[in-house]
Design a protein around this ligand. Sequence first.
Ligand code: ADP
Ligand code: MG
Length: 654
Amino acid sequence: MNDLALIKGIGTSTITKLNKLDIYNSDDLITYYPYRYDILKKTNLFSDKVVVVGIIESIPTVNYFNRKNRLSFRINIDNKIVNTIIFNRAFLKQHLTIGKAVTVIGKYDSNKNVLTASDIKLEDIGDITKVFPIYHLIKGITSKNLNKYINLALKQSYVIDYLPEEIILKNDLLNKKEALNIIHNPVSSDKLKKAIYRCKYEELFLFMLKINELKNKNNLMNIGYSKNIDLNRIKEFIETLPFKLTPDQEKTLDEIFDDLKSDKRMNRLVQGDVGSGKTIVAIISMYVMYLNGYQSTMMAPTEILAHQHFENMKKLFSNFDINICEILGSTSKKEKEIIKQDLESGKIDMIVGTHALIQDDIKFNNLGLIITDEQHRFGVNQRANLRNKGNMPDVLYLSATPIPRTYALTIYGDMDISIIKTRPEGRKPIITKVKNNSEIKGVLLKMKEELDNNHQIYIVSPLIENEESDDEDIKKLYRKFSLAFKDRNIGILHGKMSQKEKDEVMNKFLNKEIDILISTTVIEVGVDVKNATMMIIFDAYKFGLSTLHQLRGRVGRNDLQSYCVLMTDRETERLNIMENVSDGFVLAEEDFKLRGSGDLFGTKQSGDMNFKLANLTKDFDILLKTKEDSNMILSKISEYPLLKGLLYDSINKD
Ligand code: ADP
Ligand code: MG
């Protein structure tokens, strides 16, 4: 419901602006949290960072040059007249009227008597320490204004506290309205911490409530069909493979077979490091389904990965009478119609495609198994939806995000977990080196050597968060490397490209039409470019170890020696771990210990695992508490109709 219009002091033009910030109702508004705070205490003019209060003495003048503007005016600070300038705040001019007291933050040059301001607060902060909430904004709205609207909403609208009273008491939490008041109008950092804790607690509590409820629901919907495991025929197939299965692959298969044999539905997550060989485990499971007369499907997050799986399966099953097909965006309408008919009639045994394509309107004859590759990209609801497809199919998820076990048990509490740790034999560890930016010459020489050997190279640059121009750095690198390697084909890949454009570039790289691929972290997970033997990651310090490990896993995909160079001009202690450790689980543990240095899910948590305030990695302690509390409340959820309503709304929502 759009109740913003009911708040006195918020008019239609403000609502339009708020909508641009994805604020559509009072609840959105009061939970639009500051992303940081300015903590200010008055100083004198001669300290390093100046925070002074002064009275405006002259009408500000604005100068424009290039894309910048500069505002200049005089202020009176304790009877001293100081020239003040500030860049790119022309919009402040109308507020800086003669006689007004303002607080100026910046640097003072006593020789020139110029105060260069980095910020100006339109008030006298007085002698106390003052805390200003700073929000993510769009043009036409300031943090101060937004804060005003939030306070209007806090005053006038009813704040729903979803946490049961007993949970609040048990954990000594603030009540929600009080917490929100503090978050938006903090006075002390102690209180603020408590308020933030409280709001994170609610977010994580609701998340765990949902996970626990899904787990219960899965147990209820658990009756599936028992399948026959014909070990002889399975062995026959495994013997046709060009390699021997690793012990962990075998163990995982045993766990899957046990699931399939029982009349309990499988709901299993296979976690394994990049390159650990999860795909073949999935394919063998599909073969078991085929032997039992069931259809199965493999879904991947991108077309290129789906296609790679398809090619792989076609090859592996070339001597078997299995009807495999793929469905892609480029599949013609006519072909799609035929595929749909054949799926419905049961003519097709296995189908590979992207989630979008398979999930929609396809009907199966007797779908027995759904496999979803690179599972970490999907939220809790998507998990639930998959299981509702067809007639009680088994579900297998593959994920390359190795996360610590206790952690996995919590956030994937609704699934069983298998882990593949051992890597296929004959793989050489990727030689990893941390290099200072000044050592780039040596790196270029190594690159040349690899290229001369007809190998390919990935270059990765971090995405600039909250920046519109995430392709800027990429373009810069492109220019640099084009100069260094004039006779080589260089491709770029970044988040602003459409999936189709990305797939095209990736295909060119796969077909060796591109020698060097420069990319943000969007390079697709899972795609197997065996000939790529080197990766250079710029500003490596910006990534968590798990993310670096995921990226690095894109090289070293066959028996060639591969290299990974981590370029940085900052802290190397943490990065040095990468030189010696090649086990993704160990690195994830390290990340976990160093909480705050990155996120086990990369920069973005997916779908409904996205929180406004909490972070699944960093706030794990809170998560554990909410796990217990949510279980307790769930057992008597009917006593909490409000919470129950919210829970079922959120489970049934797509
Ligand atoms: P991921 O677990 O990252 O999805 P893949 O399943 O794509 O890894 O496997 C990576 C590569 O390793 C593939 O080329 C695959 O054929 C190969 N592979 C898988 N299992 C083994 C094994 N037991 N021995 C040797 N190579 C293997
Ligand atoms: Mg894979």
